[in-house]
Design a protein around this ligand. Structure first.
Ligand code: GLV
Ligand code: MN
Ligand code: MN
Length: 389
């Protein structure tokens, strides 16, 4: 049986650039990772199915017989992301299966390792696209029409209209356990269990002004959307700090994006997260209000479009408590990062295992977990899969 190091080193070069990973959903590196997935499954005599939504499943046991226990995560990365966010859960899934087979264990329920498509929304803009489709949280037609920056739709990339909701979802799946690198500085021991996910969402802000000459347009004559945008970034930062929430405007597009032209359009995305829905709404409302007032002063226009909503998730408490006990009393902690497990949790008993992140850095090439902690994660996952099956 391969070691963690062998599997991890095997996928490490795939999609790695000079500055982190570019593993966008259904682009070449992610397709290579999918081939790797099929190959690992074949080596273990695990048949692979897909659900017509771009999610892959490798089966130990009868595919989609009732009460399957799923584990896994996603291959796709954010732009210039790290190695662990996503792939660690899939690699750990295969190694946990190896561990259980070495022990001579025979599960009474099918176990599937899943690779969800476009969890980060790095290509098609909507996070957890695969799990939203699988659970019917998004209409297949709407998902199919989502476009990447080159204008390619998800439907074109998938080669079909997504299948959408998996019929009999809650009969077919009895539990999902996603193992993931922890993404803050919240876990001081090798492994923990998730309690909750902060509600979060994405809002597109289109600031429209009047394109003009940077040299000849008097300051008093300008309608510069960059000013409204800049003010909005500061307002988002301030409102989030005041509320104990998180707000980020990290992606921006400028038209025409020229040094010597006042822009006509600035487009940016607000990523906002808070401990509860009410705080999140209050922060976003305050940012929109202040941005709108500022647009009035700048002579610009602002349109705000909600692009995705991920409501508060409270993972199944009795399951989390049971798994934490099973693993020797490990900590149970919330996260403000989004996960496919959060989407599934509205339909089936769901849990997450976190592996310690010594620096807390994530969505960055500097993301790291120690090998010893990854091995502890695999041990923990094997125990949990055994318990659930
Ligand atoms: C996904 O990792 C997210 O939290 O945005
Ligand atoms: Mn992520
Ligand atoms: Mn992730």
């Amino acid at each position: 049986m391969p070691t963690f190091r062998e599997l991890w080193d095997g996928i490490a070069p795939i999609g790695r650039g000079a500055n982190g990973y570019l593993r966008y959903a259904l682009t070449e590196p992610e397709l290579v990772l999918r081939d790797w997935f099929r190959n690992q499954a074949a080596r273990r005599d695990m048949p692979v199915t897909d659900d017509g939504n771009g999610n892959l499943f490798a089966w130990w046991g009868d595919p989609w017989a009732h009460d399957a226990v799923l584990t896994g995560s996603h291959f796709d990365s954010v732009p210039h992301g790290g190695a662990y966010d996503g792939p660690l859960g899939i690699v750990s899934g295969f190694l946990a299966v190896d561990r259980l087979r070495e022990q001579g264990y025979a599960p009474t329920k099918p176990i599937a390792i899943v690779a969800f498509v476009d969890e980060e929304g790095g290509r098609f803009g909507l996070p957890c696209l695969g799990s939203r489709l699988l659970t019917g949280a998004i209409e297949p037609e709407r998902a199919a029409a989502l476009r990447d920056v080159d204008g390619v739709t998800f439907g074109e990339a998938l080669g079909d209209l997504p299948a959408g909701l998996l019929p009999g979802l809650d009969r077919r799946i009895s539990a999902l356990v996603e193992l993931h690198i922890e993404q803050g500085r919240a876990l001081a021991v090798p492994v923990g269990v998730a309690s909750a996910i902060w509600p979060h969402g994405r809002w597109r802000f289109d600031f429209t002004g009047h394109g003009d000459h940077a040299g000849t347009t008097k300051m008093s004559d300008r309608r510069d959307p960059m000013l409204t945008y800049a003010y909005t970034v500061l307002a988002a930062n301030k409102e989030a700090r005041l509320a104990g929430a998180h707000a980020t405007m990290a992606r921006v597009e400028v038209e025409p994006n020229a040094t010597n032209a006042i822009p006509s359009v600035v487009r940016s995305w607000l990523d906002a997260r808070a401990e509860d829905n009410a705080t999140l709404s209050a922060v976003v409302d305050a940012v929109v209000k202040r941005a709108t007032e500022r647009a009035g002063r700048d002579g610009t226009e602002l349109t705000v479009t909600p692009e995705s909503q991920s409501p508060e998730v409270d993972f199944d408490t009795s399951l989390a408590d049971r798994l934490a006990d099973l693993l020797g009393g490990v900590p149970i902690l919330p996260t403000s990062a989004g996960h496919d497990a959060g989407v599934l949790s509205a339909h089936v008993p769901t849990a997450m295992l976190f592996v310690r992140n010594p620096t807390g850095i994530s969505h960055s090439p500097a993301e790291h977990a120690d090998e010893q902690d990854c091995l502890s994660g695999i041990d923990a996952l094997a125990k949990v899969l055994r318990d659930l099956t």
